[in-house]
Design a protein around this ligand. Structure first.
Ligand SMILES: N[C@@H](CCC(=O)NCCCC(=O)O)C(=O)O
Length: 264
């Protein structure tokens, strides 16, 4: 059986004056090397993408992090300068994919901007510049040139026992993670269950309460250390397993004998 495929919504980036639909290597590599799945990057368009046609062709959805922020109009807030930079084409691509993947029971893993998109897609809100709030740590990307230092594991989060994320990580209680964000979930969407928090109360992981399949979001970056850090690896392997199960279910439904009326 060929490896299954996950959709990865692209970011819009400008390179030497040209517009690119791009996705960071670290997500695609963790998907391939650790989850054992291939990625199809979904171009980010404000309109024209057909969500069901995309999802018909994949077995999972991986929503990556990005330096851009979800546009506040999508959660009913006016946009200020501090909320940017924005990527409206990514918002318009990923939010409908998230909603429809959940409806169809397609496995989904949402990381950093991804957990924020998941929350907004289901009716929640975000807070920006969280480090300016009293008692909230600085969760922002460390100002260092080397990516290994930017993504260094440096902060504890506390994972609820018996939660979905505990099952996928293979542990509960304190887990050390990295942190590269200035926004976070403010009001949690009604369909999301908070499953991990930082010591300052920042929401670090959620699961979808009525999910038909693997459907979790994390605020940290397990993809970066998926080949070497045990909980990060376990999360990507669990996602890969869910994607493989989904693909196998689709394949057996395709080869199951059809009722006579359907083949005439
Ligand atoms: N922009 C949001 C989401 C943060 C996020 O996805 N960070 C990944 C950054 C990766 C990089 O810059 O290389 C926020 O700031 O909360």
């Amino acid at each position: 059986m060929p490896k299954p495929i996950v959709a990865v919504p692209a970011d819009i980036r400008e390179v030497e004056g040209a517009v690119w639909h791009a996705s960071p290597n670290q997500y695609l590599k963790a998907a391939l090397k650790v989850a054992g799945v291939m990625s199809f990057i979904v171009p980010a368009f404000e309109d024209g993408n057909e969500v069901d046609a995309i999802l018909d062709r994949v077995d999972g959805l991986l929503v990556s992090g990005s330096a851009t922020n979800v546009h506040p109009s999508l959660y009913g807030r006016p946009a200020t300068e501090a909320d940017g930079p924005f990527d409206p084409a990514r918002d318009a691509t990923s939010l409908p994919l998230i909603r429809r993947a959940l409806e169809r029971g397609i496995p989904m893993l949402a990381i950093c901007r991804g957990i924020q998109e998941l929350n907004v897609a289901l009716g929640g809100t975000l807070a920006t510049e969280i480090h300016e709030q009293p008692g909230i740590w600085d969760h922002r990307k460390p100002n260092v040139p080397e990516r290994d230092h930017m993504f260094a594991i440096r902060q504890p989060v506390f994972v609820e026992e018996g939660s979905c994320i505990a099952r996928y990580l293979g542990l509960s209680g304190e887990v050390q993670v990295n942190s590269l964000h200035r926004q976070a979930i403010a009001e949690t969407a009604p369909r999301l269950k908070v499953e991990a928090k930082a010591e300052d109360g920042t929401i670090e992981a959620v699961s979808v309460i009525d999910a038909k399949n693997f459907a979790v979001g994390v605020q940290w970056h397990p993809e970066y250390w998926a080949e070497t850090d045990t909980p990060s690896r376990a999360l990507f392997q669990a996602f890969g397993d869910a994607v493989r199960d989904y693909a196998a279910g689709k394949a057996s439904a395709d080869t199951a004998p059809k009722p006579l009326a359907a083949v005439r």
